[in-house]
Design a protein. Sequence first.
Length: 421
Amino acid sequence: MIRIDALRTQARLLFDAAVAAADPAKAVRRGLAENPPPVEKPGGRTFLIAIGKAAPAMLGEAMIALPDPYAALAVTHHENNATLHDAEILRAGHPVPDEAGARAAQRVLDLLKEATDQDRVIALISGGGSALLPAPPPGVSLADKTRLNGLLLSAGLDIVQMNLVRQQVSLLKGGGFARLAAPASVTAYLLSDVIGDDLRAIASGPTVSPIGTAQEAVETLKDAGIWDGVPETIRSHLEQTQNQSSVPLPNAVNVLVGSNRLSIEAMVAEAEQLGLNSRIVSDALTGDVAEAAHVVLSELIPRPEPTALLFGGETTVRITGTGRGGRNQELALRVALQAHDVAGEWVFLSGGTDGRDGPTDAAGGLVDSGTVPRIIAAGQDAQALLANNDSYAALAAGGDLLMTHATGTNVADVQVLLIAP
């Protein structure tokens, strides 16, 4: 019989394979080779601007392929400590925008305004870019945007719905980056953290057309029941712009260089190396974590051979308590609570490929049939902690937090359910 500790080791190896497949430098290298940007015009300049959790790594690879740029700027999150020679790296808050992000956004705005029709702008975009570059329109403050972002995160909206709203309250999102860069040519290389790879939703689509209109943003906020809590300045901005015609988006080339699906396929290959049968159950595990937990639990049945069941996606959590956690931690805790008495050996891992789950230092959770007994032995009530959205405390008590540190990439979340006969 395979021991639980061996299964836990295998689950972590599969997760690590998923992260490795999303290596941003390799993704950019492949993208530039297969889809090179326009050749620099005589007297023209190259602007390299990287945005997102993987920004430094993506920028570093681009600087190798496109040496001596006029400007090389990366905007990433505070936890990313990467350095680059001859490049400017700015760090900002995520998932909640901060003043550092506002300053970084202004730096990007200033650079884009310099670009002329002789220049080329190369955008390197990865997940997290939406929060990292808060560029509110006139009349809207950073505090207003922070309040809006908190409401969106707590309302259980999916990433597309959140970005639809964010785009309408930004100078850079929803094609704003491309508009400001005009008349320079714009080529963007994107590492997708969005399930289904809708380019409009990756970092809120700075180089593509917006997801929707200001009117649809208003309807989304009202349907979610949070319109009345939105700052008055933002409500006024949306109401004033909902009947205005949007400015046509200049031509921009967008190239997808990495995604969640590629990472799941890498887990399949790793499972084969480990001698495990494997199957991709879903590459779109989305929606509320409670519903996602049922999808996972429906697969937790006896198997004749060691089996790895694989998932990818990005769930949502409706926050009603005062605890600390994230969607991956809560999903793992829910599975542990509902499956702790299932016969046989099993483990379940749910983790963010960026190494950060919600406002915590954990990537997610790695649970097994002994998780709930360990939490009880630590003097904690797992069900009560879950009710308070305090999955971090529950998993910490059981020794079941998935800790990786920041990975420097982001292609959403992956899950592994390992079952031994």
